[in-house]
Design a protein around this ligand. Structure first.
Ligand code: DGL
Length: 260
């Protein structure tokens, strides 16, 4: 049993979509979120650079006395989680594009995956996607520019709308009925995507599953907080605090600027 915080990191504000799910499921847990916005986006960086940044983030969270680390970034998970698990004696939870649930739900047998270049080019993603390539058409699309716009506060900008329209077109032409959001930043696009997609297309992301897995791993390692008081939640960012606040509807977290 431990009242230490759960550590969570992402290349920026995208992982706040995961933080929300974890906080909702485990309100008694304290959380410490690191938004490495200064180095966003990770997607176009090579594997070695993504590993180096993930190691730096992990060490910072370990220094904050975190008991478990959630890698709330598909790009960091698919490129770096093996290295992290091999080097640090702390449980890690990762996130990967939810291809399997999409494959199980698809009736048209065509699904779209929107993710970063770093995720789509990773070995881990390739291995999973190959498992399904014989039974369905998988349209992979790099979401270039989306993370940058969200980090700059341009979630609802005309540029975003244009980018999304161009990225969805080949998917809609292929008659997809499931769209997998393979980047934690993309969760915040859900209302816009619902406007752009026909109503039968399901939008699938992995936030809830990551929260459930976090709970299961805490339980298995006897690390759940057994104190009956709500945890404290701090979001640290080396970017703009206003961008964090604009995406956080909850008032239970404090936002701190970090030189990192
Ligand atoms: N939120 C990260 C992900 O899930 C964004 C990656 C990036 O910084 O390019 O992949």
């Amino acid at each position: 049993m431990s009242s230490k915080p759960i550590g969570i990191f992402d290349s920026g504000v995208g992982g706040l979509s995961i933080w929300k799910e974890i906080h909702q499921l485990l309100p008694m847990e304290s959380t410490c979120y690191l938004s490495d916005s200064k180095n966003a986006p990770y997607g176009p960086k090579g594997k070695e650079a993504i590993i180096a940044l993930s190691v730096k983030n992990t060490e910072w969270l370990i220094d904050q006395d975190c008991k478990l680390i959630v890698v709330a970034c598909n790009t960091a998970t698919t490129n770096a989680i093996d290295t992290l698990r091999a080097n640090y004696d702390i449980p890690f939870i990762g996130i990967e594009p939810a291809i399997k649930p999409a494959a199980l739900q698809s009736k048209s047998k065509a699904i779209g995956i929107l993710a970063t270049k770093g995720t789509l080019s990773s070995q881990l993603f390739h291995k999973t996607s190959q498992l399904y390539s014989s039974e369905l058409i998988v349209i992979e699309q790099e979401g270039n520019g989306i993370v940058e716009l969200i980090e700059a506060g341009g979630l609802h900008s005309p540029e975003m709308l244009q980018l999304l329209q161009s990225y969805l077109k080949p998917m809609l032409d292929a008659n997809i009925d499931c769209l997998v959001l393979g980047c934690t930043h993309y969760h915040f696009l859900t209302p816009i995507l619902k406007e752009l997609l026909p109503s039968h297309v399901k939008i699938i992301d992995s936030g809830e599953a990551v929260a459930r897995q976090t709970k299961a791993v805490l339980e298995a390692n006897q690390l759940l907080n057994n104190k009956r008081v709500a945890g404290t939640n701090t979001i640290y960012t080396n970017g703009e605090k206003t961008v964090v606040s604009s995406l956080l509807s909850s008032k239970v977290a404090s936002v701190q600027k970090l030189v990192f």
